[in-house]
Design a protein around this ligand. Structure first.
Ligand code: ADP
Ligand code: MG
Length: 556
C-alpha cells in the first residue's frame, strides 16, 4: 500500500478529461472502485432517497492512515500512480486522484478510515472543500465514505436529475456490474434503511450470475473459453430463450473493468448470426483478459471506454471463438418466444378491427371508396378533395390509446382484464424485481395481476384483455424497459406511458396485411378519434394531398 501523493504535472497533463459527478450513480461507482482497489471483500452501499440525498459506502479494505485521509480529497492526489510509466500498467480502477475531490466539491463529505496497523481510526468532515472536523474515531479496519447533501452546492445540476426511481435503478445496475466481476466480494445495498440486495460471497462467477439473474436464467448461459499468450476469454452467452428486448444485459469486461464497446458488441452480434430475431438481443457476460499495456484505459472521463491496440485482430478472435463455440452448443434456432411474438398481432388485434359490435362506423368517408394498402404499411384512399395516406400502425395506436384512456377513466381507472386459465410463474433479475415491485399498483390498474411469489419469482394471474394471446414474459420485460427512462414522477405520467405502450403493442404492425374492411374500419375509426393527427408518440397518423396540388402538377 503506497501513500497518497500529488500527481506530477507531467502526468496530470496526460490524463483524460476531468471527472464530473453528474449524478449520484457516478459517485457510487467511484466509491465502489476505491473499495475494490483497497482490496475489500465486503462492501455495503447505503442510500437515502435512492442516493439523491445520501450515499454511504463502507468497506473492509486496507484503509488509510490519518495523513492519507487528509490528502485523499485533494485534486489529483492518489496512491495508485506515481510515475508516468505506471499509466501503461495500471491494475487499479482509479488512478487520476479525482473522484473524492470531485465528490467533495458537490457535497458534504465524511471519511472514516482505519488501517490494521492502528488501534483506532480517524474521521474527517469536509464541507465546501474545507476540513470541518478532524478527530480520532473508534472503528474496525476499513473505510467508510459518506456523501451527504449531494449537489447542494450546485442546484442547477440537481434540477437535471432524473427521478429517484431512475437513479436507483442506475445505481443497482452499477453495483451489479461490479458484482458480476467480483464474485468473491460480498455486496449489500440498502435504501432508506431497508435491505434491498445482499449478494453473499461465492467461489465462482456462475454462482454470482445465479444471485443476480436468477437460477433459471443463469442455467441458460453457455460457457465459452479461450486462452493464448495474449488473450484470455471467459464468456457466458445466453441461449435464445434468454434473449432480451434490450441490450442492457450485455456485459463486457476488460481486465475485470466493465466497458462499452460498439466493435465488440457488433462482433458478438455477428457471432450469434441468425440465431436471433432482429427484435431480440442476446444476453451475455464477456470477460477479456489482456496484457495491461495492450489496452489504454485513460481515454474516457468515467473510464467506460478503452482503446485497444490491435483491435481488428481482437474483434476477429472474439467473433471466431464465440461463433465457433456457440455453434457447437446446439442453439435453438427459432425460440418459442419469437414465434408467439410474430403471430400475435394477426390474432386478437386483427379481430378487434373486424369486430362488428364495436361502434366504429362513421359516415364521413364514403362507403364505396376503395382502399389501397401500400407496402403493407400505408393505406391510401380517395376523399372528396384529394388523397389521404394513413400510417396503419400509427393510426391504430392512436385509436387504441384513446379507447384505453377513455375506458381507464370511466371504469374507475381499471382496464378489462382476463384471468389466465393457468397462472404463470416467471423469474426476474434483481433489477426487474425492484422495478416490478415499484410498479405493481399501476400494473394492477391496467389489468395485470402480479404477485410476488418467492424472492425473485412472481405469479401473473391476469392480463389486460387485449393481450391474452401474448407471451407475457416479453410483454412485461418490454413494459418495464419502456417505463424505466421515465422523467416525470406523477402516477399519471406512468399511466400515460403504460397506455401508450399497450396501444403500441396492441396495434396492427407495419407489415400486417389488412383486408378492405379492416382498412375501412381503421380509416373511419381514426376520423372519430380525438387527437387523431398524431400517434401517442407524436408521429403523424395521416398525410393529406390536396387534389388542387395534383391538378397544378399536371398543369390542369
Ligand atoms: P483514485 O482512486 O483515482 O486514486 P480517488 O479520489 O478516488 O482517486 O481517491 C484518492 C485516494 O484516496 C486513493 O488513491 C486512495 O489512496 C484513497 N482512498 C479512497 N477511498 C479509499 C478506500 N475506500 N480505502 C482505502 N483508500 C481509499
Ligand atoms: Mg478512485
Amino acid at each position: 500500500m503506497n501513500t497518497i501523493r500529488p500527481l506530477p504535472q507531467s502526468v496530470i497533463a496526460k490524463i483524460a478529461a476531468g471527472e464530473v459527478i453528474e449524478r449520484p450513480a457516478y459517485a457510487v461507482k467511484e466509491l465502489i472502485e476505491n473499495s475494490l482497489d483497497a482490496g475489500a471483500d465486503y462492501i455495503v452501499i447505503e442510500l437515502t432517497e435512492s442516493g439523491m440525498d445520501a450515499i454511504i459506502v463502507t468497506d473492509n479494505g486496507h484503509g488509510m492512515p490519518p495523513g492519507d485521509i487528509k490528502k485523499s480529497f485533494l485534486p489529483h492526489t492518489t496512491s495508485k500512480l506515481s510515475d508516468i510509466n505506471d499509466l501503461d500498467s495500471l491494475s487499479t480502477h482509479g488512478f487520476r486522484g479525482e473522484a473524492l475531490s470531485s465528490i467533495a466539491a458537490i457535497s458534504i463529505l465524511h471519511i472514516k478510515s482505519r488501517t490494521k496497523e492502528r488501534e483506532t481510526g480517524y474521521y474527517l468532515k469536509i464541507k465546501k472543500g474545507k476540513v470541518e472536523k478532524d478527530i480520532p474515531f473508534g472503528m474496525p479496519v476499513g473505510t467508510q465514505v459518506a456523501v451527504h447533501d449531494i449537489f447542494s452546492s450546485v442546484p442547477a445540476r440537481k434540477k437535471f436529475l432524473k427521478s429517484k426511481r431512475v437513479e436507483y435503478l442506475h445505481i443497482l445496475e452499477i453495483v451489479l456490474s461490479f458484482a458480476m466481476a467480483y464474485p468473491h466480494v460480498q455486496f449489500a445495498v440498502l435504501n432508506n434503511n431497508k435491505k434491498r440486495i445482499l449478494l453473499p460471497t461465492s467461489e465462482e462467477r456462475r454462482e454470482r450470475f445465479n444471485q443476480v439473474l436468477g437460477k433459471e436464467s443463469a442455467d441458460k448461459l453457455l460457457p465459452v473459453t479461450y486462452d493464448d499468450a495474449y488473450l484470455s476469454i471467459e464468456g457466458y452467452f445466453g441461449t435464445p430463450q434468454l434473449s432480451s428486448t434490450t441490450t442492457r444485459k450485455q456485459y463486457i469486461y476488460v481486465n475485470n473493468r466493465r466497458i462499452y464497446d460498439k466493435g465488440i458488441t457488433t462482433a458478438i452480434k455477428e457471432a450469434y448470426g441468425s440465431h436471433f430475431d432482429k427484435k431480440f438481443h442476446p444476453v451475455y457476460m464477456l470477460f477479456l483478459t489482456l496484457p495491461r499495456d495492450m489496452v489504454d484505459i485513460n481515454v474516457h472521463p468515467r473510464k467506460e471506454e478503452v482503446r485497444f491496440y490491435h483491435k481488428d485482430q481482437l474483434l476477429q478472435k472474439i467473433n471466431e471463438v464465440v461463433s465457433g463455440q456457440l455453434a457447437e452448443n446446439v442453439m435453438v434456432y427459432d425460440s418459442p418466444w419469437n414465434k408467439l411474438w410474430k403471430n400475435s398481432t394477426q390474432t386478437y388485434a386483427g379481430q378487434i378491427l373486424k369486430d362488428e359490435d364495436l361502434p366504429w362506423k362513421l359516415p364521413e368517408i364514403a362507403h364505396d371508396v376503395s382502399y389501397v394498402q401500400l407496402h403493407n404499411l400505408y393505406i391510401l384512399l380517395e376523399t372528396k378533395n384529394g388523397l389521404l395516406f394513413i400510417d396503419q400502425h400509427a393510426a391504430h395506436e392512436r385509436i387504441l390509446f384513446e379507447q384505453f384512456s377513455a375506458t381507464f377513466i370511466k371504469k374507475q381507472q381499471t382496464m378489462d382484464s382476463m384471468t389466465l386459465p393457468k397462472a404463470c410463474i416467471f423469474e426476474t433479475s434483481v433489477v426487474e424485481k425492484e422495478m416490478l415491485l415499484a410498479y405493481l399498483p399501476q400494473l394492477q390498474k391496467l389489468g395485470f395481476t402480479i404477485e410476488q411469489y418467492k424472492k425473485d419469482q412472481f405469479i401473473l394471474s391476469s392480463v389486460p384483455l387485449l393481450f391474452y394471446d401474448r407471451n407475457y414474459n416479453v410483454l412485461i420485460e418490454e413494459l418495464l424497459e419502456n417505463l424505466r427512462e421515465e422523467k416525470k414522477q406523477t402516477v399519471d405520467a406512468y399511466t400515460h406511458k403504460m397506455l401508450t405502450f399497450l396501444a403500441c403493442r396492441g396495434a396492427v404492425k407495419a407489415g400486417d396485411t389488412l383486408t378492405q374492411e379492416q382498412m375501412q374500419e381503421l380509416a373511419e375509426q381514426l376520423e372519430k378519434t380525438p387527437n387523431n393527427t398524431t400517434c401517442p408518440h407524436g408521429r403523424p397518423t395521416k398525410i393529406f394531398f390536396d387534389k388542387r396540388a395534383l391538378d397544378r402538377m399536371f398543369k390542369r
